[in-house]
Design a protein around this ligand. Structure first.
Ligand code: SAH
Ligand code: DHB
Ligand code: MG
Length: 226
């Protein structure tokens, strides 16, 4: 069965490329103990986020959707100098687990965790004048079009924007879907294309991913113009 093979190949890659990591493993255990859904990025995907953030020399990272802070830890470890990850989380219960995971990983001075619906906490970031080098969008998929607008508004030219879960095991193809998340992903892709072709704001692609977390996809773009 495909999933077993994807999981086995992920295990093999992880064995070769990801050394045991106490802080990340402890974070996943705390998430499980707290009953959080196991929808964090996979370890290999976390490493991809870490590498992308390092490639842009990120000092200011924005993450929308913290959960237990697993991806936040990867991103905070990628920061250049005295950088910060601003991470936005709707659920106070998830945020409490994330805070503990981030503290235990020794990263609390590098993470600014803000509780609330992201569309309500994003405007303050603009008022504060923070400019981001890397943005990871991984919250409620129905809001992805709005999150792309905000990412393009808050990111510098040369920043990278990554958006998780754009394939959803192929369900993204269902133009008649009444699932708000699928509708949101499809509208995000429409907007992603428009912002590229008509407005030249960014240059983006999307790749399908398989692995321990199933079949999904990641959109990645480079911000080209204010
Ligand atoms: N990035 C995490 C996984 C995030 S899961 C990781 O890889 O480790 C998605 C998270 O987005 C959940 O914790 C959910 O509570 C949060 N979320 C859902 N709607 C949101 C909203 N409107 N604003 C901010 N966070 C939201
Ligand atoms: C779900 C959300 C995610 O961000 C993810 O990576 C996988 C699944 C979900 O809501 O089901
Ligand atoms: Mg996700």
């Amino acid at each position: 069965m495909a999933q077993d093979e994807w999981t086995a190949v992920d295990a093999y890659f992880s064995e070769k490329l990801l050394p045991p990591d106490d802080a990340l493993e402890a974070a996943l255990k705390r998430n499980r103990d707290a009953g959080l859904p196991a929808i964090d990025v996979s370890p290999l995907q976390g490493k991809l986020l870490f590498l992308l953030a390092r490639l842009v020399g990120a000092r200011n990272v924005l993450e929308i959707g913290t959960l237990g802070g697993y991806s936040t830890i990867w991103l905070a470890r990628a920061l250049a100098g005295a950088g910060k990850v601003v991470t936005l989380e709707y659920s106070p219960a998830h945020a409490a687990v994330a805070r503990e995971n981030i503290r235990a990983a020794g990263l609390e001075t590098n993470v600014d965790l803000r509780i609330g619906a992201a569309l309500e906490t994003l405007p303050a970031l603009e008022q504060e004048g923070v400019v981001f080098d890397f943005v990871f969008v991984d919250a409620d998929k129905r809001s992805n079009p709005d999150y792309l607008r905000w990412a393009l508004r808050l990111a510098r030219i040369g920043a990278v924007v990554a958006v998780d879960n754009v394939a959803r095991a192929g369900r993204v193809l269902d133009a008649a879907s009444d699932d708000p998340d699928i509708i949101g992903i499809r509208r995000f892709l429409d907007l992603a294309g428009q912002e590229m072709d008509q407005k030249k704001r960014w240059s983006a692609t999307a790749i399908q991913t398989v692995g321990a977390k199933g079949w999904d996809g990641l959109a990645i773009g480079l911000v080209e113009q204010a």
